[in-house]
Design a protein around this ligand. Structure first.
Ligand SMILES: C[S@@+](CC[C@H](N)C(=O)[O-])C[C@H]1O[C@@H](n2cnc3c(N)ncnc32)[C@H](O)[C@@H]1O
Ligand SMILES: [Zn+2]
Length: 617
């Protein structure tokens, strides 16, 4: 027996599970109704979190998450009561020795949207009552507002708009001729969006960002003032008649329909609020967008506002579930942040959602048919509610800062959490659009983030994170553990995290990898582009002596060679190796010496050296 084999045999992790959870990369499925019900930046799969909870706790225990986002840790705690077969099988495959049964959870989330989503998903109404109410709402919307999406097919037969691709209007810098972005840059069959502008009159070719967008002055009837906005016109209309899809250019009838909508009044439910722009504001594509309603076409603003109005007549539980459903579609599919992409091998452009993590408005914004889209979304949400409804475990969600946790010392058995990763994502700014409809706000002053707009440096981020993690440590039982998921390409942010948990009194027990890009538990990764988020297991114990440091590139080379010996190709990717390197230094209580960029450069050079060594030998 080799030395490592004998070591492994004598290795006795707590609960007998640790090696399996932290030693090999753990796949985190990004699909299924619970994951897809409500998208949230950096969301983790509930099934993956359930594996951690099931292995670190027993039935009846209390789990805490201080950065709960959309409440996935709460959903995961509920899943432990009666786990789906795939989850049972995975726990068995890993040899976790799980005792299945209901766990309770307490979740803290600063954001109004996250807290609302988490609360609704973990405490939903009867899924049948929800589905009936949603179908009633869709039926009324169809009858009263369906005309706004009416359109004829190219043969003149009645049909319905599936989506409209709008287009910015550009002015040629040389001959001043106006043309649409659609006409100058889009080609179909195969679908392509060129990054060069070509003028149809003077044949000038210029990068698109050097070509001016035409603007127009309009009257804003909600504000009672005039405003300047980008001039947009219809690029193409996509519809269906019966079960046949079609697409065509705009006709006079489509313009008449828009004129009819122009005189429809805007419902009172539409929030009249200014956009509190922060880190995500861009002078170019956000020009003229000063208020929330500027992110919608008039048609979708009216349809969405009326749908929102119709939820008001239901009891609070059903109403919140209906609003959860509307918001799950709102910011990402109902606004002008919705986009088209040119996928390789496709004849036409593919409509997709808003780009996650930014508030980007493209030059070809998409206006989707909200009634059709919400009908499709309905069954995913009803299926998610059916999983979490009526479970015995209790999940309490509080919209509060985890810098002050209202729980007694030593009252929590286990913590699973993923704190904000430095300045990667300004959650409060992104979630503002949905929060405005809810009429609830996030207190940005308490947000743990690196942000220019909020004047928060890395040291302020570290200070706030230290306070929150100290609170987390305080409420943990003496033997309680914390699993913390984190991702950053910056050594400075990694060191801020390390400083925060060390100053909070935590000790890093071991580090693993959560592979959020995996399609399923069983799927084997085949390409090198796999990203893995490091997972840290923290304990309340005092840290043992620091082991001696080796130069970074010696360690990098050793990790590279170890990875070369595994038969898992994803272990050999630069991204995965950087995560392993981060884990190595954290486990030794040492600062992270390099950023991902320098590491990737070293990695490319090493691979190139190796190739040339191979070729010359
Ligand atoms: C990485 S996300 C968590 C995502 C979550 N795991 C999920 O699956 O949806 C981090 C969250 O921390 C929240 N946050 C930031 N500062 C906070 C604070 N002081 N207290 C509590 N939550 C905070 C952000 O609003 C954000 O939702
Ligand atoms: Zn020109």
């Amino acid at each position: 027996m080799s030395r490592t084999e004998s070591n492994r045999k004598h290795f006795r992790p707590p609960f007998g599970h640790r090696e399996a959870l932290y030693h090999r990369a753990l796949p985190a499925r990004r699909s299924g109704p619970l994951y897809s019900a409500f998208s949230y930046p950096t969301k983790i799969s509930p099934e993956a979190i359930a594996l951690f909870i099931s292995a670190h706790t027993k039935p009846g225990d209390t789990v805490f998450d201080g950065f709960a986002g959309s409440g996935t840790t709460g959903v995961a705690a509920l899943l432990c009561e009666d786990p789906p077969l795939t989850l049972r099988a995975e726990a068995q495959r890993l040899g976790l020795g799980t005792q299945w049964g209901a766990r309770n959870a307490v979740l803290y989330e600063l954001g109004a949207l996250g807290a609302f989503v988490g609360r609704t998903l973990t405490n939903p109404p009867d899924p049948l009552a929800f589905r009936k109410a949603a179908e009633d709402i869709l039926r009324v919307a169809e009858a009263e507002d369906g005309w706004m999406y009416a359109a004829k097919n190219p043969e003149g037969r009645s049909g319905v708009i599936r989506h409209v691709v709008w287009s910015d209007v550009l002015e040629c810098p040389t001959c001043r001729r106006e043309t649409t972005l659609w006409d100058s840059s889009v080609s179909l069959d195969p679908a392509r969006i060129a990054s060069l502008f070509t003028c149809g009159r003077c044949a000038l070719e210029a990068p698109l960002d050097k070509v001016e967008r035409v603007t127009q002055e309009t009257h804003d009837c909600l504000l009672g003032t005039s405003r300047t906005l980008r001039l947009r016109c219809i690029g193409r209309i996509y519809g269906s008649t019966g079960n046949k899809s079609w697409s065509r250019d705009a006709t006079q009838q489509d313009i008449s329909l828009l004129n009819r909508i122009e005189v429809e009044s805007i419902p009172d439910t539409v929030p009249r609020v200014a956009m509190p722009w922060g880190d995500l504001y861009r002078r170019g594509y956000h020009a003229g967008i000063t208020h929330l309603h500027h992110l919608y076409t008039r048609r979708n603003l009216i349809v969405f506002g009326r749908l929102w109005q119709r939820t008001a007549s239901y009891n609070a539980e059903v109403r919140d579930a209906l609003r959860f459903w509307l918001l799950s579609y709102n910011a990402s599919h109902a606004t002008i942040m919705t986009r088209v992409v040119a996928k390789s091998g496709q004849r036409d452009l593919t409509p997709t959602s808003a780009q996650p993590g930014v508030l980007y408005v493209s030059g070809l914004p998409v206006e989707k048919n909200l009634i059709l889209g919400l009908r499709r979304k309905l069954s995913t949400i009803a299926r998610a509610f059916a999983v979490t409804h009526g479970r015995k475990g209790r999940v309490e969600v509080r919209q509060e800062s985890s810098c002050r946790i209202h729980l007694p010392d030593g009252s929590v058995d286990y913590v699973f959490t993923d704190p904000p990763f430095g300045g990667n994502i300004p959650y409060a700014e992104i979630n503002f659009i949905n929060e405005a409809w809810l009429g609830r706000q996030t207190n940005r002053a308490e947000e743990i983030i690196v942000s220019n707009a909020q004047n928060k440096s890395v040291s302020e981020y570290q200070r706030l994170l230290t306070i929150a993690l100290s609170e987390v440590r305080r409420i943990l039982k003496p033997t309680g553990m914390t699993t913390l998921v984190f991702h950053s390409a910056s050594a400075e942010i990694w060191n801020a995290l390390r400083g925060a948990y060390t100053d909070a009194g935590f000790h890093l027990d071991c580090a693993g990898i959560l592979d959020k890009t995996q399609g399923s538990f069983k799927q084997v990764t085949t390409n090198g582009a796999v990203r893995g988020d490091p997972v840290l297991l923290l304990t309340k114990r005092a840290p043992p002596d620091t082991k001696s440091a080796s130069p970074v590139w010696t360690i990098a080379e050793r990790l590279r060679q170890e990875a070369a010996l595994t038969n898992d190709p994803s272990e050999r990717s630069a991204q995965r190796l950087f995560s392993r390197l981060v884990g190595h230094f954290l486990a030794r209580h040492q600062p992270i010496p390099v950023d991902a960029d320098s590491f990737y450069r070293w990695y490319e050079e090493r691979c190139a050296d190796e190739l040339s060594e191979g070729a010359s030998s």
